[in-house]
Design a protein around this ligand. Structure first.
Ligand SMILES: Nc1ncnc2c1ncn2[C@@H]1O[C@H](COP(=O)(O)OP(=O)(O)OP(=O)(O)O)[C@@H](O)[C@H]1O
Ligand SMILES: O=P(O)(O)O[C@H]1[C@H](O)[C@@H](O)[C@H](OP(=O)(O)O)[C@@H](OP(=O)(O)O)[C@H]1O
Ligand SMILES: [Mg+2]
Ligand SMILES: [Mg+2]
Length: 317
């Protein structure tokens, strides 16, 4: 029997390497319990101790951003090729940049049931002095726009966004930043959570539409962060709009999840999708996050456990 193999009646050991805050939210007793009942022991990894001293692992899941961890994991993986690494750090890196993350969508060209999936128009501003307003005008970008730090690396700074309402607002963000077309979408964002072949789409509160009238009265830039973490009760939109918002077609959700999983080579991520308020067949991906907050999903325990079981049974058969 080779290292990593499991005989009938044996158990799987899945190591997790996560920041303390993520351990607190993701590794709930209910998840540990559900996994245990399905022959999976979730074991905390100490990233400061050599991995080979913490073996055996059938699989390792992780979300740590340091180069040191990535190197550590790579070395371990080359010496223990039977341990499944979810997911390879070099592939996760693609989601740490707001341009490369959306590139994967651009190449997909999804069109289903009279609907299309694309990405908002965007431009990178990397040097304040090299930034010319003409450049964004040439691209067809108009106000309002949304400025997002180019890096999406899990730091709180990377979630500091701002609405840019007119030319004045172009001085309000730090570079490098992505300036993105703001698309009115009825204040609802669809979050598609992917764990391998398992996919769930939920709706969350989003930024409200910016009407022509608001655009006439508001000026400069409005900073904001972590909108979709607000509870539904916090929304200032009108009653019932959120509850009544129609979900995207299931076939579109599944096709997008499958396509992105293949294009990115990743198993654990979520996709923020909005529907253009002016064109109900136009969907746009605005964000992709690695190892998102699965615990916010109803029944996340079987969702994650089933994903791990599929993986372990297929790869260790
Ligand atoms: N192009 C856009 N048009 C309209 N609204 C947008 C656009 N991009 C982002 N938003 C709004 O801003 C919110 C935050 O944007 P985004 O998801 O890119 O940031 P984030 O900090 O990466 O979020 P997360 O916490 O999901 O990682 C979205 O949930 C949505 O409400
Ligand atoms: O801070 P970074 O590393 O970027 O990761 C966040 C993601 O960007 C968010 O999308 C997660 O929230 P959602 O699961 O609501 O998307 C959010 O979920 P969490 O706060 O519940 O862990 C994080 O995973
Ligand atoms: Mg988002
Ligand atoms: Mg994000």
């Amino acid at each position: 029997m080779y290292e990593g193999e499991v005989a009938a009646g044996e158990r799987y050991r899945v190591g997790y390497a996560l920041q303390p805050k993520k351990v607190e939210t993701f590794i709930q007793p209910s998840l540990l319990h559900h996994a245990k009942q399905h022959a999976i022991d979730l074991v905390q990894i100490d990233p400061s101790t050599p991995l080979h001293q913490q073996v055996p692992f059938h699989c390792i899941i992780h979300k740590l951003h340091t180069q040191h961890w990535n190197k550590h994991l790579k070395e371990f993986s080359s010496q223990h090729p039977n341990t499944i690494i979810i997911d390879p750090p070099e592939l996760i890196n693609r989601l740490h940049n707001r341009v490369s993350m959306l590139d994967a969508v651009t190449h997909l060209q999804i069109s289903l049931q009279n609907a299309t999936v694309s990405v908002p128009l965007q431009v990178v501003v990397d040097q304040p002095e090299s930034f010319h307003f003409d450049k964004i005008e040439e691209l067809g970008l108009v106000f309002p726009m949304i400025a997002k730090p180019l890096a999406a690396d899990g730091t709180s700074d990377s979630h500091q966004l701002c609405l840019v309402l007119n030319r004045e607002g172009l001085n309000s963000f730090t570079v490098p930043t992505v300036l993105q077309e703001f698309v009115n979408h009825g204040g609802v964002v669809f979050k598609i959570y992917v764990a391998g072949q398992h996919v769930i789409c939920v709706k969350r509160k989003s930024l409200n539409d910016i009407t022509e009238e608001k655009l006439r009265t508001l000026k400069g830039a409005l900073p904001f962060s972590q909108v979709s973490n607000m509870s539904v009760g916090d929304k200032d939109g009108c009653c019932g709009v959120f509850e009544n918002a129609e979900m995207p077609p299931q076939s579109l959700v599944e096709e997008l999840a499958r396509g992105l999983r293949e294009a990115l080579g990743l198993n654990l991520f979520n996709v923020d999708l909005i529907r253009d308020g002016q064109d109900r067949g136009r969907y746009l991906v605005i964000d992709i996050n690695y190892f998102p907050g699965y615990a916010k999903l109803p029944s996340y325990e079987p969702f994650i456990t089933n994903f791990l079981l599929d993986l372990l049974r297929t790869k260790i058969a």
